[in-house]
Write a protein that binds this ligand. Structure first.
Ligand code: GDP
Ligand code: IMO
Ligand code: MG
Length: 423
């Protein structure tokens, strides 16, 4: 059975956690393939709310094996705490599987993330300060330390020593910080290794076997298309490949293994952190989206910037990921807006754009070209059948569907697992 990918089609926080958890009801494996604890995936089951940062959203389903692939970066202290928190809430995390090849987030990565942002001043990216960028930088400059190194103390200390030689120079000479002690870090990490060891395996082989055994494998993206290191609004992006293409490298399977790509998009759009945002609303309408949508970050608590749905960006996400269907979330938040606007193009000077512009400058100085559709006043959060939605809501969904050219197969009308409509 070909695998399914759930991917963020905007700037993150589209509701991937909710949609993944909903789809996980029939899945056997839920696999993270990139990112780390910069992600914040909120899942609501009954009266309980879970905010997962590193462990795949499938963990709430007892029949699912949650997998953290080699493409992820792992802060072991966060992983252990997340597993303990789940256990204390009656969820068994023993089945979590972690790649031996995933890279570790080290204390100097977190420190560097924070000081580099401070030094950037007004140019800062607005990262989550979890050490994500510096950890991926070390991976690609071949100075990273991997999960498997934790189980060979001699190699671990050697690699740590090499890394610290450079990092301490950077911290002390470039950023005016105190140096970090090898002994303290080594003791802390080697101690954590014992907790992690039972979970570590060759996750590529695990997923390969699952696919051969006709199991349902669901890949859960973190972040979103516009935060992708290659295809996003660089440099205001994360340091990994959240797009569907990231799956193959991030777990170690071939592209023919994927048969379905579900793009998760909010019925409006939000972004947290810096960077261009053509449909951003700096007015009471945007404020209402923040309030009604509870648009505050799961990880950092930061207020998310909000704006009207951007179908130029959404069409771009369809293309970049090969999205075969859309899960359209938070449409309940748009109830009682008298009219809804949808960006169908951008205008900059004499030029109009109906495709995502090649030159990023356009995203800063363009005006969105909007089409307006009628809103609805009813609360739709209790509706479970597509045909019971107000005609204006169906019209909005079908209007967007036509603009982006792929079906909206799922509509989400609330944070709860059950607040999901199959179209
Ligand atoms: P993710 O990072 O893509 O998993 O999204 P987040 O969990 O960071 O943010 C989405 C927020 O919206 C969470 O608080 C969810 O509980 C909530 N949510 C998800 N789907 C819906 C929906 O259809 N309606 C409403 N009102 N909230 C939703
Ligand atoms: P989920 O999976 C929204 C943003 C940060 C910042 C930029 C780089 O919950 O959708 P990083 O710490 O990754 O180096 O920060 O990316 N960012 C997210 N925004 N949702 C996320 O994850 C994000 N993860 C990172 O705000 O702008
Ligand atoms: Mg989130």
């Amino acid at each position: 059975m070909p695998a399914t990918v759930v991917v963020g089609a905007q700037w993150g926080d589209e509701g991937k956690g909710k949609i993944t958890d909903h789809m996980a009801e029939s899945a056997d494996f839920v696999v993270r393939y990139q990112g780390g604890n910069n992600a914040g995936h909120t899942i609501v089951v009954g009266d309980e709310r879970f905010a997962l940062t590193l462990i795949p959203s499938g963990v709430l389903n007892p029949t699912v094996t949650p997998v953290i692939g080699n493409g992820c970066v792992i802060d072991p202290a966060v992983l252990i705490t997340e597993m303990e928190t789940l256990r204390s809430r009656g969820i068994d995390p023993d089945g979590v599987r972690i790649s031996n090849n995933a890279h570790l987030i080290m204390p100097y990565h977190r420190k560097l993330d924070a000081v580099m942002e401070r030094y950037l001043g007004r140019q800062q990216i607005g990262t989550t300060k979890r050490g994500i960028g510096p950890a991926y930088t070390d991976k690609f400059s071949r100075q990273g330390i991997r999960v498997q190194d934790l189980f060979d103390p001699k190699i671990f200390r050697e690699k740590l020593e090499v890394a610290l030689r450079e990092k301490n120079l950077l911290l002390t000479k470039a950023y005016n910080q105190l140096p970090m002690e090898i002994g303290t870090i080594a003791d802390e990490y080697l101690d954590m290794a014992e907790h992690i060891k039972p979970h570590v395996t060759d996750t590529s082989q695990l997923v390969w076997n699952a696919l051969r055994d006709d199991k349902y494998v669901l890949f859960e993206g973190a972040q979103g298309t516009l935060l992708d290191i290659d295809h996003g609004t660089y440099p205001f992006v994360t340091s990994s490949s959240p797009t569907a293409g990231g799956v193959c490298a991030g777990i170690g399977i071939g592209p023919m293994e994927v048969g379905r790509v579900v793009g998760v998009a909010k019925a409006y759009i939000s972004r947290v952190g810096s960077g261009p945002f053509p449909t951003e609303l700096d007015d009471e309408v945007g404020e209402r989206m923040v309030e009604k949508g509870g648009e505050f970050g799961t990880v950092t608590g930061r207020r998310r910037r909000c704006g009207w749905l951007d179908t130029v960006a959404l069409r771009y996400a369809v293309r970049i990921n090969g999205i075969s269907e859309i899960a359209f979330t938070k449409i309940d938040v748009l109830s009682s807006f008298p009219t809804l606007k949808v960006a169908v193009g951008y205008r900059s000077g004499d030029e109009t754009y109906d495709e995502f512009p090649r030159q990023q400058r356009v995203l800063y100085d363009c005006e969105p070209v909007y089409e307006e559709v009628e809103g609805w006043s009813e609360d739709i959060s209790g509706i479970r059948e597509y045909d019971d939605l107000p005609p204006q809501a169906r019209n909005y969904i079908e209007f967007v569907e036509k603009l982006v050219g792929v079906p909206i197969a799922t509509v989400s009308v609330g944070p709860a697992r059950s607040a999901t409509i199959a179209k």
